[in-house]
Design a protein around this ligand. Structure first.
Ligand code: TRP
Length: 449
C-alpha cells in the first residue's frame, strides 16, 4: 500500500493545527501578563522571525527527507558515519512531558464547556475566581475525570491514524476558531480597554525585561510554533514532495503568530475594560472570559460554550500532534501495533498528569512539588526553558552542519528565493545556536540581564 500522504492544504492545516493551540490562547496572554507586556512580546516576535521560522522549516526538512518517525528520519537523513544523530530524535519524548500538563488544561476547558452548557458559568469576577480555584485546588477528582476524557479523546483520534481524522478536523475547526476569535475581537474594539491592550502588548518597556523574561519569551516562541519535539518531523514525513517546506513553514508561522496576537489583544481588551490584573497566571482565561461573556447578554452562555469549545479543539489538535511522534516511534522501531502504542503512551502521560493535578491542590501540593515549584509548573518550565530549546539546537546543528550541503541543496534549494535560502542557513548556523546558547546561559544564571 502506498504511504498515506497529506494533501497540500491538509498538511498546512495539520501543521498549523499543531502550532495553534493552548499556547496561543491560554498561555501567550497569561505569560505576557506575568512578564509585563510589550518588551516580552517583542522578544517573542524577534525569536519567531530570526530563529523560529528557520527551525520550523529545518524540522520539516528532516521529515521530508526521512519519511518516518523522528528517530528514523534523523537516522536516514544523517550521512554515513554520523548516524548517531538518530539520538536527536529522542526529543519526541518531550511531547509526552508536555502532554502531562497540556491534557490537564484541556480538562479544565472541558469543565468550562460543561459549566457553559449547564448555565453555570460564573458571572462576576469573585465567583469566577472561586470557580477556578475550587477546580484546581480542591477538586482533584473532577479535574482528573476531565483530564481522562481529554486523554481518551486524543487516543481515540490517534487510533484512527492521521489523514482522515486530522486533515478533516483541522479543515473545519481552524476556520471556525479564527471566525470566533475575529468576532470576539471586533466586539472588544468598542472598549476603551482595546487601546490599552494594544499599548500593553505592543509598546515595549525594556526596563521590564530580565533574564527570566527572556528565557520564557524564547521558550514560548519554540512552544507556540511546535518546535523541538519532532512534531514537524513526524508530520512532514507524510507531506507531498511536490510541496515546498518553506511555503508551509511560512504559513504555519504566519497563522500561529497572527492568532496569538489577536487572542492577546482580544483578551486584554476585556481584562483592562474590567480593571483586572494581567499577572494572574494560568487561570487568566478561565477567570476573565466567563465574566466578560456574561456582559454579552442572553447569548453570553452560548458564546461562552462556543469560545471554550473552540479553545478545546485548538488544544486537541495540538495534543494529537504532541502524542503522535511517540506513538509513531514505537510503531516503527518496535513494531508495536497502533493500538498498543497509543494505549501505553496515553497511560504514561495520564498518570504523570494526575501528579500535576495534585500538585495544585491544597491537600497534596507539598508532596507533588520539585523544589519550590509545583510539579505542574516544573513540567511546564522544563519543556519551555530546557527541552524545546535543546531540541531546537539539535535541529539547527543537524540541518546547518551535519546534513551534507549537496543533499540539502538538492532537496530544497529550488523552493526558496536565493536570499531567503542564504538567510535560512545563516539563521540555522549562527543565529539559532547563539540565541539558544544565550538563552541557556540566562537560564542557568550565568548571564544576568
Ligand atoms: N504549539 C502548541 C500550542 O501552542 C503546542 C504543541 C503542539 C507543541 N505540538 C508541539 C509544542 C510540539 C512543542 C512541540 O499550544
Amino acid at each position: 500500500m502506498a504511504k498515506e500522504r497529506f494533501s497540500r492544504i491538509g498538511f498546512i492545516l495539520a501543521a498549523a493545527g499543531a502550532a495553534v493551540g493552548l499556547g496561543n490562547i491560554w498561555k501567550f496572554p497569561y505569560i505576557t501578563g506575568i512578564y509585563g507586556g510589550g518588551a516580552f512580546v517583542a522578544v517573542y516576535l524577534i525569536t519567531v522571525l530570526l530563529i523560529g521560522f528557520s527551525l520550523l522549516a529545518g524540522e520539516m526538512l528532516v521529515g521530508y527527507k526521512g519519511g518516518k518517525d523522528a528517530v528514523s528520519s534523523f537516522e536516514i537523513a544523517a550521512p554515513e558515519g554520523k548516524k548517531g544523530w538518530k539520538f536527536a530524535g529522542f526529543m519526541l519524548f518531550s511531547g509526552l512531558v508536555i502532554m502531562t500538563f497540556y491534557s490537564v488544561v484541556i480538562g479544565w476547558i472541558f469543565h468550562y464547556i460543561y459549566l457553559a452548557f449547564t448555565g453555570a458559568l460564573p458571572t462576576d469576577i469573585e465567583s469566577a475566581k472561586a470557580t477556578f480555584d475550587t477546580l484546581t485546588s480542591s477538586a482533584p477528582l473532577t479535574a482528573t475525570a476531565w483530564h481522562l476524557l481529554s486523554v481518551l479523546f486524543v487516543a481515540f483520534v490517534l487510533l484512527r491514524g492521521i489523514k482522515g481524522g486530522i486533515e478533516k478536523t483541522n479543515l473545519i475547526l481552524m476556520p471556525a476558531l479564527m471566525l470566533i476569535l475575529a468576532g470576539l475581537t471586533l466586539y472588544a474594539m468598542r472598549f476603551d480597554g482595546f487601546t490599552k491592550a494594544l499599548h500593553f502588548l505592543f509598546a515595549p518597556d525594556w526596563s521590564k525585561i530580565n533574564s527570566e523574561a527572556i528565557v520564557r519569551a524564547v521558550g514560548h516562541a519554540f512552544f507556540t510554533l511546535s518546535i523541538g519535539i519532532g512534531t514537524m518531523v513526524t508530520y512532514a514525513a507524510s507531506m507531498s514532495h511536490k510541496q515546498s517546506v518553506f511555503k508551509a513553514a511560512f504559513w504555519v508561522t504566519l497563522l500561529d503568530t497572527l492568532i496569538a496576537l489577536t487572542a492577546g489583544v482580544m483578551l486584554y481588551s476585556f481584562i483592562f475594560q474590567f480593571g483586572e490584573n494581567p499577572g494572574q497566571g494560568p487561570g487568566l482565561v478561565f477567570k476573565t472570559m466567563p465574566v466578560v461573556l456574561a456582559q454579552l447578554g442572553t447569548t453570553g452562555a452560548v458564546i461562552g460554550a462556543v469560545f471554550f469549545i473552540a479553545l478545546a479543539f485548538a488544544g486537541l489538535t495540538s495534543a494529537i500532534s504532541l502524542t503522535e511522534p511517540a506513538v509513531e516511534y514505537f510503531i516503527q522501531r518496535f513494531h508495536w501495533s497502533r493500538a498498543k502504542s497509543v494505549t501505553i503512551n496515553s497511560t504514561l502521560y495520564f498518570i504523570v498528569g494526575v501528579g500535576a493535578i495534585l500538585s495544585y491542590t491544597k491537600a497534596y501540593g507539598d508532596i507533588f512539588s520539585i523544589g519550590s515549584k509545583p510539579l505542574f509548573d516544573a513540567l511546564e518550565f522544563s519543556t519551555d526553558s530546557i527541552l524545546l530549546p535543546l531540541g531546537g539546537l539539535a535541529i539547527a546543528l543537524f540541518v546547518g552542519y551535519a546534513l551534507p550541503a549537496k543533499e540539502r541543496d538538492a532537496l530544497v534549494k529550488h523552493q526558496a528565493a536565493p536570499w531567503l535560502y542564504r538567510a535560512w542557513l545563516f539563521s540555522l548556523r549562527y543565529i539559532a545556536p547563539l540565541g539558544i546558547l544565550f538563552m541557556m546561559l540566562n537560564n542557568f544564571g550565568i548571564i544576568k540581564v
